[in-house]
Design a protein around this ligand. Structure first.
Ligand code: MLT
Length: 240
């Protein structure tokens, strides 16, 4: 299986993922939020590009949905939830649908929506998502980055997922090799919480009062959940 990594929402193209599985990685925090929501019983997450689309979905289609997401990492006025995984509790999202729009995470997902399969991954579900693609045709780890720029936390999570793939039969690109080496090196040196805290977006989140989210999003293999995007909705993959 051919394995590659792309670095930002703005640079990933449809042809990068054509005929392959894409794993969308936005550690801080969209992927971590989606994994947590589904782990806590959320029925489905509908990713949309803009707050206006989210309001229209609720108004014109299904009134019972919660609206979640952020701009500038802060809850959008009029929305029910922001983009902190800690908000997506079983009490709030259990059995319900959420319409989600985020700056980089949902954008990446919508850009790779033509892939053979579209999954959502992060540190929280690295082993589960890797298991789910072990026999696939080809794999692209689609890092979201932050506003068109490289994000170390997404790249390291790509490495964490790669570390969980069985080595046999993998043909990994130079970027995929670098992601794996980065993850291993960070684990051996300063650790993930410290690293995530020192990234550009990690510092912004801490300034905004979301330091607890960084600690949570750095937990490796906390959830055995594989979110899969199909026909406009993200739900738990059916093999679970
Ligand atoms: C995004 O999609 O840009 C992020 O998830 C931002 C955030 O931390 O809320």
């Amino acid at each position: 299986m051919l394995v590659d990594v792309t670095l930002t929402a703005d640079t990933v193209e449809g042809r990068d993922v054509d005929g392959r599985t894409a794993i969308v990685i936005d550690v801080l925090r969209a992927s971590s939020t989606v994994v947590t929501a589904l782990a806590n019983g959320c029925r489905e997450v509908i990713p949309v590009a803009t707050p206006e689309e989210a309001f229209a979905f609720k108004r014109e289609r299904v009134a019972g949905y919660l609206l979640g997401g952020e701009r500038g990492a802060v809850k959008i006025p009029g929305f029910d939830l922001g983009n902190s995984p800690s908000e997506y509790t079983g009490e709030l999202v259990g059995g319900r649908g959420v319409v989600l729009t985020t700056t980089n995470g949902t954008k990446t997902l919508l850009r790779v929506s033509g892939a053979e399969r579209v999954l959502v991954g992060c540190f929280l579900n690295a082993a589960a998502v890797a298991r789910s693609v072990a026999a696939g045709p080809g794999l692209v780890l689609a890092c979201a980055g932050t506003k068109g720029r490289f994000s170390l936390e997404d790249f390291a999570a790509a490495g964490a997922i790669l570390a969980e793939l069985p080595g046999d039969g993998l043909e990994i690109s130079d970027l995929a090799m670098a992601a794996l080496a980065t993850y291993r090196q960070l684990l051996d040196s300063q650790g993930l919480v410290d690293t995530l805290s020192r990234t550009g977006h990690g510092k912004d989140l801490a300034r905004l009062g979301f330091a607890e989210d960084i600690i949570y999003c750095a937990k490796v293999n906390m959830w055995d959940v594989v979110p899969e995007y199909r026909a406009g909705a993200i739900r738990k993959a059916s093999q679970e």
